[in-house]
Write a protein that binds this ligand. Structure first.
Ligand code: PLP
Length: 396
């Protein structure tokens, strides 16, 4: 293996780069989670996460990867045999479906070609035809990390409202949270699922459920078996600023710091920064002549860009050339995009020059791997980034 110097470029769409401030915040002894100092700290992270999810409702923090919060959303509110709709937007929808099936839900998978967001008109048609209200929940991936396509949760909420359908709306915003607009309350989301290792700029290991009053009431009445993931045990302890079991204390120190950083920049500015980096990345791909996985401009993801390699050129072979030569990790193609696409993460702790380094690594890699393309993508991205008029400025 070649000896690499300097910093590794971790340009996958999660886990993302961790700011030094966040690393330093974790680098201390744990705290007695039943002791006098903990409650104030606990309340600070709970209210911080409410501000990030834009909710007045509880945000439950689990010591788990995002997959745990997926499971928690299901086991708290649904029972075997319950009918649910899930849009097949990509590989993460396939994985959430896998969990739903293990819990014996009656899942209807609404297919897409993995190149756009969910088909909201189709969801609406299914809801409209469900006169007996057998559908108990609609599940959507906000930002499908395997394709770089966004489904706008508010559009799904509107479809539920137009059809006067009482199903719960569950949204996975694991790779959307803190990198693009998200409004748990204003968009009428019942359960939001989040994770720590993407826009939140933390190591993997924390996950989140923001829960509406309606979801809480349904979960209280739900008798299906659960223990570790039970919201109510958790909320009883959260009321006094702590947890029913040993929390991931040092990750919570990291979380408090990350929330402070996001709020210093201002969430609106964080979102504008991600959009700008995504636009610069797409401009580069356009000059390279490489197709984006996402075919719908309204669904372009601010947090990652998935790029197809031309027929006959293996995307993983290209990624290996980039890793071996430039010490940069790009995201692999997932599921049916394996070998056909690679993903550029521009999410989390990131800036213009990190993006330039990333795109330069991609362009040089395309050359070395002999992937047919036009030169000049990096220059096109520079043209966007050097326009300082659109740089979001930190608050005060
Ligand atoms: N959902 C989405 C949209 C994701 O991007 C991921 C991880 O990349 C997950 C769910 C699963 O989360 P985890 O790998 O943290 O369990």
């Amino acid at each position: 293996m070649a000896l690499h110097t300097g910093r590794h470029f971790l340009q996958i769409p999660g886990p993302t780069n961790i700011p030094d401030r966040v690393l330093r915040a974790m680098d201390r002894s744990a705290l007695d989670h039943r002791g006098p100092e903990f409650a104030e700290f606990g309340f600070a992270v709970f209210s911080g996460m409410q501000r990030i999810f834009r909710t007045k409702q509880p945000v439950i923090i689990f010591p788990s990867s995002g997959t745990g919060a997926w499971e928690a959303a299901i086991v708290n509110t649904l029972s075997p045999g319950d009918k649910v709709l899930l849009a097949e937007t990509g590989q993460f929808a396939v994985l959430w479906k896998g969990i739903a099936e293990k819990f014996k839900l009656d899942l209807e998978f609404l297919p897409t070609d993995w190149r756009r967001g969910a088909d909201v008109a189709e969801i609406e048609a299914r809801l409209a035809s469900d006169k007996l209200h057998q559908i108990k929940a609609v599940l959507v991936i906000h930002n499908e990390t395997s394709t770089g396509c966004v489904t706008h949760p508010l559009e799904v909420r509107k479809a539920l409202n137009r059809t006067n359908h009482p199903a719960l709306l569950m949204v996975d915003t694991i790779s959307g949270l803190a990198s693009m607009e998200y409004e748990h309350d204003a968009w009428g989301i019942d359960i939001s699922v989040g994770g720590s290792q993407k826009g939140m700029m933390l190591p993997p290991g924390l996950s989140f459920n923001a829960v509406s009053e309606k979801a809480l009431a349904i979960s209280k009445a739900n008798t299906s078996l659960r223990s570790y993931w039970d919201w109510h045990d958790m909320l009883e302890f959260n009321k006094i600023g702590t947890f029913p079991y040993t929390p991931a204390i040092n990750l919570l120190f990291a979380l408090r710091e990350a929330i402070a950083m996001l709020e210093e920049e201002g969430l609106e500015n964080v979102f504008a920064r991600h959009k700008r980096h995504a636009a610069a990345t797409r401009a580069a791909a356009k000059v390279w002549g490489l197709e984006l996985v996402c075919l719908d401009p309204n669904a372009y993801s601010p947090s990652l860009t998935a790029v197809m390699t031309p027929e006959g050129h293996d995307a993983d072979a290209f990624r290996k050339v980039v890793l071996d030569n430039f010490d940069m990790s790009l995201g692999t193609g997932l599921g049916k995009l394996k070998g056909r696409a690679f993903r550029i993460g521009h999410i989390g702790h990131f800036n213009d020059l990190m993006l330039m380094g990333t795109l330069a690594g991609v362009e040089m890699g395309l050359d070395l791997a002999k992937v047919p393309h036009r030169a000049g993508g990096v220059l096109a991205a520079m043209d966007i980034l050097k326009n300082r008029d659109v740089v979001a400025m930190p608050k005060a």
